[in-house]
Write a protein that binds this ligand. Structure first.
Ligand code: F6R
Length: 588
């Protein structure tokens, strides 16, 4: 959500900035813009729509010395040219990721003092605040050490001051910002992919760190304005992770990477069929799993595993609700936060709440050095590699496998379950290549509404299957506990309604099948993903293997993802960057 790239360099400044900005497109955006210094003067260009609209207005050969740029995901004000970043007030030009919660009050105060605002954004107000503080202090470090007293909310800023045209200033609070360091210049961006074309050396900024970036130096200051040192890290994964590698879409590439992800997890977290390097949850009486979207659906499967194998009462909450509900934090509770990006604002806020109550926190996170990974008491990395497609696939599967390992650690089932998981990589490859998903996708492609039906763990899987379909194909879809349908929602069913059922759990499949018969009787055609061989309840079937209660649910994940992918492809959707969505949701 919103991408920031600033560069102070000796050559190709605009080109390097734009390469970085394009590498952040995956985060989701609806307009973009750039500000750069040429001949000591600031130039600002911004356009609604895809980055190519901005590029059409840019001269790549302009001899710029420094620049800052932004992809905006609209929060305050429409996604148009005017509201796009950068914004300028007085001597200050900024790009911003985050939300200034008290912008309205500040705006009224600043208007009284003579500031005029051209946009509806909170960012332009923050820009005026910085300009005002700079007028008072005449010093950027003092200014930035004071903004936390004025601005409420979250921010990562790249800032240019007309008086200091060779420098980019940065500061962050609850929105990520990293520095890329190279011999030819330095970058200040919201994520590592944005700097990899110039360097693999980076520094992660902590909340309130202030950074002062020139083409040949980077200095860091703490919130009191005292100079500090920061650790320089190296990113050693190959650049392949952010290219499509011949696949039509990142989503398809990432589904294809799932076998390797499972192998990597087994390699890191198991030895001789025992779990290693994984947190011990058995001392807790209650577990709250807190997450958003797909990560929360992985959490639901985690609940099923933890209750089954570790025998600990577990509840799953959406992070956006958790913060505002009544929580019974007692000392025997563990709060598990699950997040691919590690930057999701609601999940981060839930983590902070748990910490305020002195509750132990464990993060299951994909992105190293992310805020959630660094702030939780303990962290388990899901090791799925960078995920670019907005719709998560490999990171979701990795979350599920980690939760399974967490649940079985030191139980009598540990050995056998790991033996089972080892079969998964080959099954994943088989399921990607074996089925004609296109044929089944054709059945769904013109539907307006789809129900995903299942019971027990099959319902939890359905939640993810349904989200995958709706977010990338724009077909309205909902997951239902199959038995619940007849209490109202079955009135929607007719021959035009799409129905996908997930049936892997033999202990309850008879009941699910009865529910599916009720749906068939009302004219709907049923697509089933199941391990039941001789069945008479589906019109179209994706048949997965029948092993046991551990492996069976895991087999349907890739077929569900492939089905959604193929429907979206048939409908000509922008699969990797669905409308309105952002990869990393850094606003609450
Ligand atoms: C859906 C999807 C989202 C994320 C959710 C949480 O495909 O990717 O529902 O799961 O936004 O994001 P993270 O895991 O980064 O906290």
């Amino acid at each position: 959500m919103c991408g920031i790239v600033g560069y102070a360099g000796r050559k190709n400044v605009i080109k390097n900035i734009m390469t970085g900005l394009k590498s952040l497109e995956y985060r989701g955006y609806d307009s973009s813009g750039i500000a750069y210094i040429k001949d000591g003067k600031i130039n600002i260009i911004k356009k609604a729509g895809p980055i190519k609209n901005l590029e059409s207005k840019l001269n790549y050969n302009d001899d710029a010395s420094i620049g800052i740029s932004h992809t905006r995901w609209a929060t305050h004000g429409r996604a148009d040219d005017i509201n796009a970043h950068p914004h300028k007030q007085g001597k200050i030009t900024i790009v911003h990721n985050g939300i200034i919660e008290n912008y309205d009050t500040l705006k009224k105060e600043l208007e009284k003092e003579g500031y005029e605002f051209k946009t509806s954004t909170d960012t332009e107000v923050a820009c005026a605040v910085i300009d005002k503080l700079y007028k008072e202090t005449n010093d950027m470090i003092s200014t930035l050490s004071k903004i936390n007293e004025v601005l409420k909310g979250s921010y990562a800023f790249n800032i240019i001051n007309d008086d200091i045209p060779d420098t980019i200033f940065g500061i962050r609070k609850d929105s990520p910002l990293i520095v890329g360091i190279s011999n030819d210049g330095n970058m200040l961006a919201s994520d590592i992919p944005a700097v990899l074309h110039i360097t693999n050396k980076y520094v992660v900024l902590d909340n309130y760190d202030i950074v002062v970036l020139k083409d040949d130096s980077v200095k860091y200051y703490d919130r009191q304005g005292k100079e500090i040192n920061k650790e320089i890290k190296e990113y050693n994964n190959s650049l392949d992770t952010i290219s499509k590698n011949g696949y039509d879409h990142f989503m398809l590439k990432e589904i294809n990477e799932e076998s390797e992800v499972v192998k990597k997890i087994l390699n890191i977290y198991t030895e001789d069929n025992h779990v290693k390097n994984i947190y011990d949850i058995r001392k807790y009486k209650n577990i709250d799993i807190v997450a958003c979207g797909s990560a929360s659906f992985a959490g639901q499967i985690g609940k099923y595993y933890i209750e089954k194998y570790a025998n600990i009462r577990t509840n799953v909450y959406y992070a956006s609700e958790y913060r505002y509900q009544r929580n019974f934090f007692d000392k025997d509770t563990l709060v598990i936060l699950i997040s691919q990006s590690g930057e999701t604002a609601d999940t981060l806020a839930a983590l902070k709440l748990a910490k305020e109550h002195n509750i132990d926190t464990l993060a299951i996170v994909n992105r190293r050095d992310s805020s959630i990974a660094r702030e939780a008491d303990s962290v388990i990395y899901t090791e799925a590699g960078i995920e670019i497609a907005v719709a998560t696939t490999k990171a979701y599967l990795a979350q599920v496998i980690i939760l399974l390992l967490l649940a079985i650690k030191d139980t009598k089932e540990e050995y056998k379950v790991i033996e089972d998981i080892k079969l998964l990589p080959n099954l994943i490859t088989k399921y990607i290549n074996e089925y004609d998903y296109n044929a089944i996708a054709n059945v769904l492609k013109d539907k307006e509404h789809v129900f995903y039906l299942g019971r027990g763990i099959d319902f939890y899987l359905s939640m993810e299957g349904s989200l995958k379909l709706k977010e990338i194909s724009y077909i309205h879809s909902e997951a239902f506990q199959a038995g619940e349908l007849k209490h109202g929602s079955i009135s929607l069913i007719d021959e035009d309604f799409g129905v996908v059922s997930v049936v892997t759990d033999k202990s309850i499949s008879d009941k699910t099948i009865s529910n599916l018969k009720e749906v068939s009787a009302r004219g709907a055609k049923i697509i089933t993903i199941t391990n039941i061989k001789d069945e008479n309840f589906s019109d179209y079937k994706i048949e997965v293997d029948d092993y046991n209660e551990v492996l069976n649910p895991l087999t349907v994940i890739v077929p569900m993802q492939m089905l959604a992918y193929n429907v979206a492809k048939l409908r000509g959707c922008d699969i990797d960057k669905p409308r309105n969505l952002a990869k990393s949701v850094t606003v609450e």
